[in-house]
Design a protein around this ligand. Sequence first.
Ligand SMILES: Nc1ncnc2c1ncn2[C@@H]1O[C@H](COP(=O)(O)OP(=O)(O)OP(=O)(O)O)[C@@H](O)[C@H]1O
Length: 254
Amino acid sequence: MAVPIIELRDIRKSFGPVEVLKGVNMKVEAGKVTALVGDNGAGKSTLIKGLSGAQPYDSGDILFEGEAVTLGTPREAAALGIEVVYQDLALCENLDIVQNMFLGREDVHLGMLDTPEMEKKAAATLQSLSVRTMKSVRQKVSSLSGGQRQTVAIARAVLQKAKLVILDEPTAALGVAQTEQVLALVRRLAAAGVGVIIISHNLADVFEVADYINVLYLGNMVAQLNAGATNYNEVVSYITGVRTDHTPLEEVLS
Ligand SMILES: Nc1ncnc2c1ncn2[C@@H]1O[C@H](COP(=O)(O)OP(=O)(O)OP(=O)(O)O)[C@@H](O)[C@H]1O
């Protein structure tokens, strides 16, 4: 396989006496969608918070495009091109699409906000993702549907030239049609060469969108499966701890 965009080796994290990540290994490829599944409390959020730099791991190795890196702060993660789209999206309701997409990273020209340039870039990014459901990039986020908000959050990551986008339950609050739109967007994101990690409790969504399915069980990565070579029952058996035999990662990704 090509050099993974991100590789985690023997990642550990404890909160006081509670060991939440117990030596997790994971590889994520560019241009692929890797689903991260597991029951409540399995450690998914803790694993993701470490990748975002928000809550560093206690120990373990992180390789980004084959190079050892540290992810001690969100700034370090962002500098590498790691963007997390959280469930609550962190969009500003009272700002419009352009303002949200550039929030905190505005284009400045001669000391002034370069609004025409930002509008152009925002529209081009949405177009590159084949998003046609937005009326205007100057629409306020408060007027958007859940699916459109998710789209803006994903487009923001693309605009920031993300190499690895992590989506935390992107379809949790969405209806059927909007879920389809967002899943299609996730596929396009991967098709554009971005490495995508998607956390989801919805296995139908996972099977629709993922190339690989990684299962965490009580802080251990118990399976890394090729989505095309596994099935619903097998994934559930790993999630619930019925199966604990480990599929060697090299076999899955070779
Ligand atoms: N800051 C913290 N302090 C103490 N314990 C924590 C902290 N954060 C997480 N935990 C514990 O770590 C374990 C894993 O939590 P985590 O949120 O990573 O799981 P998860 O797989 O994301 O679950 P869910 O699907 O419910 O979001 C849980 O037992 C949780 O109580």
